[in-house]
Design a protein around this ligand. Structure first.
Ligand code: HEC
Length: 132
């Protein structure tokens, strides 16, 4: 092979090799976990979750099932994970509950949450239902 052609050959080989390498690097970045293992990234949370954890968790439990203590303290507290609980309810009906409150212990959140926040937390509560 004449020496003058060598740079051209190198160039022709370099381009596909370089693109192969960058493609592999970006695939690796896509596959990489977005946060260190075991650490939850709140930015990845569904909307309403943070509001739920701040305002509802104490009574309704982290995942919607009330703790034993909660059940003892609030005998009427519902299990938000129960499909039957949601049979006659919707995110909209939860918004109404949040606006007005129910019974003695489920107070109105009208002075704590905006309409948008109520909708977000209600939709999150709705999503806690157990799926078979
Ligand atoms: C102080 C404890 C407490 C907190 C905090 C609380 N709840 Fe409740 N919640 C209750 C109790 C007790 C009931 C049962 C009320 C009744 O039927 O007398 C209830 C009932 C409900 C119901 C069922 C109402 C119905 O009959 O349709 C929903 C839905 C609900 N809560 C959602 C929420 C959400 C969402 C939040 C947070 C924004 C929240 N709760 C915060 C105690 C609480």
């Amino acid at each position: 092979m004449p020496v003058r052609r060598l740079p051209l050959v190198v160039l022709l080989l370099a381009v596909p090799i370089a693109s192969l390498l960058t493609a592999r690097a970006s695939r690796a970045a896509d596959a990489a976990p977005r946060s260190p293992v075991g650490i939850r990234d709140p930015a990845q949370d569904p909307p309403g979750r943070a509001l739920y954890l701040t305002n509802c968790k104490a009574c309704h439990g982290v995942l919607g099932a009330p703790t034993k203590l909660s059940v003892k303290k609030y005998e009427k507290i519902p299990d938000l994970t129960a499909p039957l609980f949601w049979a006659g309810r919707s995110a909209d009906s939860v918004v109404a509950v949040l606006r007005k409150g129910v019974g003695r212990d489920m107070k109105s959140f009208a002075d704590k949450l905006s309409a948008d926040e109520m909708r977000a937390v209600a939709q999150y509560a709705r999503s806690l239902v157990r799926t078979p």
